[in-house]
Ligand binder design. Structure first.
Ligand SMILES: Cc1cc2nc3c(=O)[nH]c(=O)nc-3n(C[C@H](O)[C@H](O)[C@H](O)COP(=O)(O)OP(=O)(O)OC[C@H]3O[C@@H](n4cnc5c(N)ncnc54)[C@H](O)[C@@H]3O)c2cc1C
Length: 391
């Protein structure tokens, strides 16, 4: 006999969502607003509160509280009529159509969607465990809070190195510097006790952005005394020290890794087709090499069109993913997802100012930060003030 869903409908199709990333929060919201009879949704997520990384630099800088940058997944799942399993997926048994979890028994699915994000790639770096990766964000946050406390208590000098000078690395460094300097000033101490290094393997910072954006950040970094090392590919992390492939050594008490991102190791054993970074290859319908398995966000690698690992794309994939999950559950033809050609990056400079980067455009100022703040808060409000459910 068919199981019954919470709304006492027979369960005809089980849709399981793995990961509470930017695409799945959109899917849950849309299913909550327009439930599909006979479909049971289940969300499996390692975090019960999922972070919105667009607000991470602002949180680190002290402009947002911890709660302001997190979405409550239990509440969102309840709104969507979905089951919520606070657990980590560690594998798939695609033959039996089950998700294998760290804590609980395997979870059966008819359709599966994966939105677990990505993390900086640190394989092959000797001593990498001494550094902290920016993702998972909850692990980074624990180290960040410990660093804040250490700097407050420790009277001497502290050197902090950020590895990776893409938008996320530059933004995070400037946010950490802003916050830590403010902490020291509040304690009546000299902020010059803090030294910051930014290391980049490429020959320039922000390599995917236009020359005006790069120049704007070069000026900010120089004005704030950040030591920028380009062409510096880190080969080894020793105690209190980084070593580059060219043989340079940089002393650092804390090392934060914000380099190019790849997929989680467990995906390699799913048998799904992956790209070189270990992300799941998907076609325009967001289906993987197994048509019952969809993927979205950073973990999805769209065939024929390399997309930046940006939350903007993860968010935009939400509505077409929700649509295709509905269509697939009804056995109807799916629709293609068409990514935008250009996208806007609003990169903050630690203080309440930011730079807008899009194609050849570069705009900067306090108003750009207010614009980013407005966009980010508007996104988060969608999950704080949930609309009335339709079903
Ligand atoms: C400092 C920083 C600033 C950034 N700023 C911006 C910005 O301003 N704009 C922008 O567009 N992009 C920004 N990005 C990029 C952005 O973070 C990513 O592109 C975005 O988070 C990808 O979203 P996602 O939905 O794919 O995954 P995520 O947001 O990473 O969500 C993944 C979810 O899956 C869960 N999960 C992971 N593994 C498992 C598992 N095995 N089982 C169950 N659950 C799991 C996690 O707990 C999490 O809830 C920034 C990145 C960083 C590091």
């Amino acid at each position: 006999m068919a199981a019954m869903s919470a709304a006492a409908q027979p369960v005809l199709r089980d849709i399981v969502l793995v990961g509470g990333g930017h695409s799945h929060v959109g899917v849950l919201r849309l299913f909550g607003m327009n439930p599909v009879p006979g479909v049971r949704l289940t969300l499996i997520c390692r975090d019960a509160h999922t972070p919105y990384s667009g607000m991470l630099p602002g949180y680190v800088a002290g402009h947002y509280s911890h709660d302001e940058m997190h979405i409550d997944l239990r509440r969102l799942a309840a709104f969507a009529g979905a089951r919520f399993f606070h657990d980590e997926a560690v594998g798939l048994d695609r033959g039996a159509r089950k998700v294998l979890c760290r804590g609980q028994p395997p979870v059966p699915y008819d359709l599966l969607s994966i939105n677990v994000g990505s993390a900086p790639r640190m394989e092959g770096i000797e001593g990498a465990a001494r550094a902290v990766a920016v993702k998972p964000i909850h692990t980074f946050n624990e180290r960040w809070l410990a660093l804040l406390e250490r700097v407050r208590r420790h009277a001497g000098a502290t050197a902090i190195a950020v590895v990776g000078a893409g938008a996320a690395g530059v933004e995070l460094l400037l946010a950490m510097q802003y916050r830590l300097c403010n902490e020291l000033k509040t304690l009546g101490r000299d902020p010059r006790a803090l030294r910051f290094h930014l290391l980049e393997a490429a020959d320039r910072i922000l390599p995917t952005h236009n020359a005006a954006v790069r120049a704007a950040f070069a000026r900010v970094l120089a004005a704030r005394g950040v030591m920028v090392h380009c062409g510096a590919r880190v080969r080894r992390v020793a105690a209190g020290r980084l070593e580059t492939a060219a043989g340079a050594a940089i002393e650092a008490d804390e090392i934060v890794w914000v380099t190019g991102a790849g997929g989680a190791p467990w995906l390699r054993w799913t048998g799904l087709a992956l790209d070189r970074e270990g992300c799941i290859e998907v076609g325009a319908t967001l289906q993987s090499s197994d048509p019952l398995v969809f993927a979205a966000g950073d973990v999805a690698s769209l065939r024929g069109r390399a997309l930046a690992k940006a939350g903007v794309f993860a968010v935009r994939m939400g509505p077409p993913l929700a649509k295709n999950l509905r269509l697939a559950a009804a056995g109807r033809p799916l629709r293609p997802y068409r990514p935008q050609r250009r996208w806007l990056a609003l990169i903050s400079t630690g203080d309440k100012a930011a730079v807008a980067s899009r194609g050849l455009l570069c705009l900067r100022g306090a108003w750009v930060w207010r614009w980013k703040d407005w966009i980010d808060r508007r996104f988060m409000a969608k999950f704080g003030d949930l609309p009335a459910a339709a079903g």
